[in-house]
Design a protein around this ligand. Structure first.
Ligand SMILES: Nc1ncnc2c1ncn2[C@@H]1O[C@H](COP(=O)(O)OP(=O)(O)O)[C@@H](O)[C@H]1O
Ligand SMILES: [Mg+2]
Length: 321
């Protein structure tokens, strides 16, 4: 049985003046799936999410929810979407309960259903004890948890989250990730943007790698890792003349310099080469060459295929926190 995707994004594009923030991206999210948009600052995550939330009009392309074009009936479709924005959208002078009642009311909940939804959400995000205190007395992590609760209070079929765990304590992060897994397990489609590799790896069923508004690769973690190939990523720290060492490395086969400056080299190596009937690691060959040269080497790391490796391979940059 084929199930139509909960979210379908078709060739979506948006420019701000000369900046093409989102450059014609397409992807789908199925019911119950957590889809991660992984990319560094400025990749276009918030712009994408704003268009999906119906807050920003795309220049090109379209967004379908359960096969219906968002532009055709935005009001009705938006009622079934939960949005958790990057900046918390909570009223500081109100309590968590009052914030929840306000948002639940906006989504049409009333009476017993509204009260039950608020109680349940407070419990889920661990704010029951503090429910009646004004939000301005909350920690950053508590505000983030409330922000999540506000996006979920009307039990949307689709939820869009924009970096919901940035800058919070580990405990609040774990709570937020648990709640997201929980709603997905109940069939909600989740679009989750992040610049944290570990979150994409640990949380998302499928991941799209976004950079400069383009979706560079997409798949499950296992699928993405195979795209890196069997090779490794070698990082060398030290002091060296970047031009000199590039030339040195350029003579080797099966080795590609991804990034170089005076203190760091990042090099991708291909799968081991067969030589005299033995498989010989390209990374070791590379290190021999580097060590033979007149360079000061402080440390070396060799990493197996990983999402970080794939990001490096695709963009030539590290995705750092
Ligand atoms: N309102 C805006 N006006 C002009 N440029 C913007 C605006 N919002 C975002 N941008 C630019 O668009 C690009 C994508 O931004 P954004 O979608 O916020 O990325 P991310 O959320 O991945 O950090 C960046 O180059 C950013 O500077
Ligand atoms: Mg953003």
């Amino acid at each position: 049985m084929s199930q139509s995707p909960a979210i379908r994004v078709e060739r979506l594009a948006k420019s701000y003046g000369a900046i093409r923030a989102v450059d014609g991206i397409s992807f789908e999210v199925r019911p119950g799936e957590i889809y991660g948009l992984l990319g560094p600052n400025g990749a276009g995550k918030t712009t994408t999410l704003s268009m999906l939330a119906g807050l920003l009009h795309p220049d090109e392309g379209r967004v379908l929810y359960d096969g219906l074009d968002l532009a055709a009936d935005p009001k009705k479709i938006k009622a079934g979407i939960g949005v958790v924005p990057q900046e918390t959208a909570v009223y500081e002078s109100l309590s968590a309960l009052e914030n929840l009642r306000f948002w639940g009311g906006l989504y049409g909940l009333t009476g017993g259903r509204l009260s039950a939804a608020c109680t349940s959400m407070l419990e889920k995000v661990g704010l029951t004890q503090r429910a009646k205190d004004p939000v301005k007395s909350y920690s950053g992590g508590m505000k983030r948890r409330l922000n999540l609760a506000l996006g979920l209070v009307h039990e949307p079929r689709v939820i869009l989250l924009d970096e919901p765990t940035v800058g919070i304590d580990p405990q609040a992060r774990l709570n937020i990730l648990d709640v997201i897994r929980d709603v997905a397990a109940k069939g909600t489609a989740v679009l989750y943007t992040t610049h944290y590799l570990e979150e994409a790896e640990g949380l998302c069923d499928r991941i799209g790698i976004l950079d400069h508004g383009e979706l560079l690769a997409e798949g499950t973690l296992a699928e993405l890792e195979t795209m890196v190939g069997e090779g490794e990523v070698v990082t060398v720290h030290g002091r060296f003349d970047a031009g000199d060492i590039s030339m040195h490395i350029g003579r080797l086969e099966g080795v590609r310099l991804l990034a170089a400056d005076e203190q760091q080299l990042v090099i991708a190596t291909d799968a081991p080469a067969a030589q005299h009937g033995r498989r010989r690691s390209r990374s070791l060959e590379l290190l021999e060459t580097v060590l033979e040269g007149d360079f000061q080497i402080d440390s070396v790391s060799i990493r197996p295929p990983s999402l970080n490796g794939l990001f490096l391979k695709l963009t030539g940059r590290e995705l750092r926190d």
